[in-house]
Ligand binder design. Structure first.
Ligand code: COI
Length: 350
């Protein structure tokens, strides 16, 4: 499919100044990709200057949250090029999220056109510092102006980009969330939809007041096994082996999670995907057989956990940051930034 490039794009790019301090997701690239879908038919994609959107106040997304998104990254490689990390996995997950909310999937070719075009035009904005990257945020939402509760007949798909640092520096203090749930049984926990994140906000506000950084969400069915953090998957190191919650239906299937499992096995670690009972895990932290834990995600990369708080008790990890998290983080970044062989075929040069 051919892509229309708005003539104003060149001037937007020329006028952009990269700030010295990036943070995460606050500096926006001056261009964005856009395509629309009416009654199942997708338009040609276009690259346009980054600008506010015009939405009808009755648009379905504003009332019934018919919206999903992705998070993915383009890296500056050692050789000076720019590569996307496993973009086909994000395209597939976005199609899964869209289907869960009765939205038309963005065709894989259009999704790839979007992320490739934005990355190619923003190649000069991909940071060269290790751990920094061009964070890409594709998103899709229903725009039909109609207050009846039904799937929209019209949709918009965008890709915006943000030169960013990693989302979390690490040494996170986790709060075991025993009251709220992020997702429901049969709900949208395994889809990347905004509602999951909105549902996590009250817990995060409460835990910040208590001096913690992130909620550790439990399975909404049994409320006893670990699911994930808000926007990151979870790993524990127990007696030198890696344990991560098996995909339960309420966990987002993280691309970084999947990559770390492959990488860790390749590096000789035993990795278990299983139901992790929270009380058993806290017991193992207290007696020392679990000495390390970390979270992972596209935005966060690999982010060490320093302790768990549960009710009135705290369970510090003996190793924080721990050596397993550090080795995995470094190996993943070495592949993403072109210092190590891409033996899994994960990188897609743009
Ligand atoms: C990502 O890792 O890309 C995420 O979506 C997490 C984000 C909500 C900060």
């Amino acid at each position: 499919m051919s892509i229309y490039i708005d003539p104003a794009v060149a001037a937007s790019l020329r006028g952009f100044e990269m700030p010295e301090k990036l943070g995460f997701g606050t500096v926006m690239a001056p261009v964005m990709f856009r395509a629309v879908c009416q009654d199942g038919c997708w338009s040609q994609g276009e690259l346009v200057p980054y600008a506010p959107l015009a939405l009808d106040p009755a648009a379905k997304v504003l009332h019934y949250a018919q919206s999903c998104f992705e998070g993915m990254k383009a890296y500056r490689t050692q050789a000076g090029g720019v590569s996307l990390f496993r973009p086909e996995r994000n395209a597939a997950r976005m199609a899964h999220s869209a289907a869960r909310l009765c939205m038309p999937p963005v065709p894989e070719a259009l999704f790839m056109d979007g992320v490739r075009t934005v990355t190619a035009y923003c190649a000069n904005l991909v940071p060269a510092t290790s751990g920094e990257s061009l964070y890409l945020r594709p998103f899709l939402f229903g725009t039909q102006a109609d207050l009846s509760v039904s799937a929209s007949t019209s949709y918009e798909f965008y890709v915006i980009a943000s030169p960013s640092e990693a989302y979390h520096a690490g040494n996170m203090r986790l709060w075991v969330e025993r009251e709220d749930s992020r997702a429901a049984l049969g709900g949208t926990g395994d889809a990347k939809v905004g509602g999951n994140y909105a549902a996590s906000l009250r817990s995060v506000a409460r835990l910040k007041e208590r001096g913690y950084d992130q909620s550790l969400w439990l399975n909404p069915g049994n409320r006893n096994t670990v699911d994930e953090l808000s926007g990151m998957n979870f790993f524990a190191v127990i007696n030198g082996e890696l344990h991560t919650p098996a995909l339960s239906g309420s966990i987002l299937e993280g691309v970084t999670r999947d990559s770390l499992i492959d990488l860790a096995r390749d590096m000789g670690y035993t990795v278990h995907e299983r139901a992790i009972d929270i009380d058993e895990l806290l017991g193992q932290v207290a007696e020392g057989s679990c000495d390390e834990a970390f979270a992972c995600g596209t935005a966060a990369i690999v982010s060490p956990i320093s302790l768990f708080g549960d009710g009135g008790r705290e369970y510090p990890l003996a190793k924080a940051p721990g050596p397993v998290a550090e080795r995995l983080r470094q190996m993943l970044l070495d592949i993403q930034e072109g210092r190590a062989e891409d033996k899994f075929g994960w990188m897609h040069p743009v």
